[in-house]
Ligand binder design. Sequence first.
Ligand code: SAM
Length: 367
Amino acid sequence: MEPVVRAMPPQSEFLLAACQAGAEGAVRERMAVGWPDVKPGAWRRGVVTFRLPAPVQDLPADLLDRLVFARTLMHSLGQVTGSDPAALAAEATARAGTTGWQRVHCWHRQFVPGSQRPTLAEPVAAALAATLAACGLPAQTDPTARPGDLVLDVVVDSPERWWVGWHRAAEPATCWPGGIHRLATGPLPVGKVSRAWLKLDEAIALFGIPLAAGERSVELGAAPGGACQRLLEAGLRVVGVDPAIVDPAVAALPGFTQWRMRARDVPVARFAGFDWLVADMNIDPRSTLAALGRVATAKGVRPAGIVATFKLPVWSRAGEVAEWLAAFAGWGFRTRARQLSSSGRELCVVATPGGVRPRPARRPRGA
Ligand SMILES: C[S@@+](CC[C@H](N)C(=O)[O-])C[C@H]1O[C@@H](n2cnc3c(N)ncnc32)[C@H](O)[C@@H]1O
């Protein structure tokens, strides 16, 4: 089939959301509330499809925030199947056209943090690159897109079955192939003491968290210290709250202090003066929420931001997300929430002060 030269990418009424394997139901539930006109379609582990009421070129800018559990989105042009990668690449480019692609994103449907399954995605990427080069597109050295770039997407379902689509890169996650942070595919960088370093690194990039050197942060659930290590690298002074031992490599860093106790045993007045409140405790999400609320609503405590992870013991707890975010709103904070590509079954919430913090209810006279 001859590739088609198009000025605009082909219209499609189908949308494909990439998510962590297991999160498909959560993505569908969030879409039902976040954009009710969109109908759920087929799904497989790691991808969920939807049918739009009509084809669109531009998706709502905050759609990923509404979906929470989707890493990235593409306009789906369906699947190509066959045993010859070169023939599949030709069919994929025939379907999508060859004009205007500034990046090609190719990733495996069942991405697992720490393993990109390169043996499956790499031959596909190579076959696509060869086809596109034959059509005159320049070779791509770095797949990271810039905001505004038109991106040709290929999701490798299996070597014989690829999903083809496209999207326009906008926010950081849509600039990364499959919404996967560049370090999430490999082992933890040398010298970092836990994967929490990576999670925070991704959250900083994804949400654009404006950490500034000299600021003070406190982390609830700090051991062994990866997130504190990342905060220290950003030039912050850091207090880690945890009854467990912090890795000596982090404990010895200038600017680090540990309060070796449980979060609830720290008198709230000690949280005054911190710019950032970070939480990463391996406890029930409601307990994390209670620990954060105790600090965020304390008199004299007003962090410029909160970065918190909520561990989901089972996927069905994803249905509580709206309730958790409403609690932040009740404390006077605006939120954005996402499942990070580098994390397991958990959610990252970033909150900044917004709106008016509700005053405590007045006591009725005479009460
Ligand atoms: C996933 S680990 C945290 C990883 C850490 N953020 C890092 O950067 O390496 C969870 C930690 O939460 C701590 N934790 C659990 N309950 C806690 C509580 N009530 N107060 C403080 N820390 C708690 C545990 O001791 C454990 O070290």
